[in-house]
Design a protein around this ligand. Structure first.
Ligand code: GLA
Length: 412
């Protein structure tokens, strides 16, 4: 990959680091939008955040460990129960609406973004008593940037799950809602993802990262309060076209499953990292071998970051954590092959501009990168990335500062 150009000449003079809108104001807006659209007041407003994954990429579907955090951008759902069986869903961001008999939901009946809402009601269907109506009106106001790899669809599903639970009193716990959101995505919307995004959106805690064990979806909050330590996580939305993303994602999953089968393991989580070389030697296919190398070493890197954070603060361990973020990206670039030039250029430029570590985050093939930086240098690093993009002739990226935020819940 080309090395980052110096932050000199082409840096646009006004690189903006945007923050999410204030949560209380945004919730009030969602309520207002509901009133304007449906003509009466909602029963409440619920919301769920987008996420970045700090480390542990492309391991969730191999029962691995991930370390995501929720970001401050959220999806809001203002909603009311109605004495009918109609599910009506509208959104401030899209002209597409849904108006359907909620008793007749099947994966074939709904397409586009409303499937992520309807799918949750469908997934929770077995919990709804036959005698009760399941009609509701929902107004969605999504503020997680779309197509940026920050899990706007998981935020939508999880906001819907909170609203549906509150309106129908189904007795679900947070993990049930995570599972309903995953089912909505995989079985209703038809995107075969691994559960990282929904877990982060529901279970994340403010000021913390979430250590997620995808074997059983158990979690532990890990202190990750960057702001109080003079650090920041800079998100760069590369705005690279996601081309062939679904097919490539499915192909990577298939490669990793093949690796596990070859090794006689249920998943690569069961691989003993101390026997890495001898295990890899048993995989003839060179590509599949590299895929396994990524998954097994990436799970090890999450364990290392967790151990570092148990032994000290992010500040005291920042060099080691940064090196692990860098190693994660390099593995995703070389072994897993899910990066695109924009992701690599953003990462290289951030490192050259002094980031402690930088990597792509999420599924790859476009989307966003994260850089762990000194808070006072965030602007400078962003400008260096913008300059590198201009020099490569890429579309201008967008920048956000990510604060570790609270998972899904009720706002009003
Ligand atoms: C996407 C999927 C997740 C996970 C990541 C890669 O975000 O939705 O389930 O597999 O890619 O870590």
């Amino acid at each position: 990959m080309s090395s980052a150009p110096s932050a000199a000449s082409t840096a646009p003079s006004t690189v903006e680091l945007s923050a999410a809108p204030d949560r209380a104001t945004a919730a009030e807006r969602a309520e207002q939008l509901f009133v304007e659209s449906f003509g009466y007041a909602p029963d409440g407003v619920w919301s769920a955040p987008g996420r970045v994954n700090i480390i542990g990429e492309h391991v969730d579907y191999q029962d691995g460990l991930c370390l995501p955090m929720a970001i401050s951008h959220r999806c809001f759902a203002a909603a009311a129960r109605t004495p009918t069986d109609r599910l009506r869903v509208r959104s401030a961001q899209s002209g597409t609406t849904l108006d359907i008999d909620a008793r007749e939901l099947t994966p074939e009946t709904v397409s586009g973004w409303p499937a992520y809402v309807a799918g949750v009601l469908w997934a929770l269907g077995p919990r709804i008593s036959g005698a009760s109506t399941r009609g509701m009106d929902i107004m969605i106001d999504g503020q997680v940037p779309l197509g940026a790899g920050l899990s706007s669809s998981a935020a939508l599903e999880c906001a819907a799950a909170e609203a549906i639970e509150a309106l129908l009193t189904l007795g679900t716990g947070p993990l049930d809602r995570v599972r309903a959101a995953i089912t909505a995505e995989t079985d209703f919307a038809g995107a075969s993802t691994g559960g990282l995004d929904q877990s982060a959106s529901v279970l994340a805690r403010e000021g913390h990262a979430l250590l997620l064990d995808c074997r059983d979806f158990s979690t532990r909050a890990v202190p990750w309060d960057l702001a109080s330590q003079g650090l920041a996580l800079l998100i760069t939305d590369t705005r690279a076209e996601h081309s062939h993303v679904d097919g490539e994602y499915t192909a990577r999953r298939a490669d990793s499953e093949r690796a596990a089968r070859t090794l006689g393991l249920a998943t690569l989580r069961d691989a003993d990292p101390d026997r890495l070389e001898s295990l890899l030697a048993r995989i003839d296919d060179e590509v599949v071998r590299r895929r396994a190398h990524h998954v097994i070493t990436e799970i090890g890197r999450v364990e290392e970051v967790d151990a570092l954070l148990a032994a000290g603060s992010v500040r005291s361990q920042v060099a080691e954590i940064g090196a692990l973020l860098n190693a994660s990206h390099d593995s995703l670039r070389e072994d897993y092959e899910v990066t695109v030039p924009q992701l690599d250029v953003a990462v290289d430029a951030a490192r050259a501009a002094g980031a402690h570590g930088a990597r792509m985050t999420g599924g790859g093939f476009g989307g966003s990168t994260i850089a762990l930086v000194e808070a006072e240098q965030a602007q400078r690093v962003a400008e260096a990335i913008a300059a590198a993009f201009a020099e490569h002739g890429f579309d201008a990226p967008e920048f956000f500062l990510a604060l570790p935020s609270e998972g899904a819940g009720q706002d009003r």
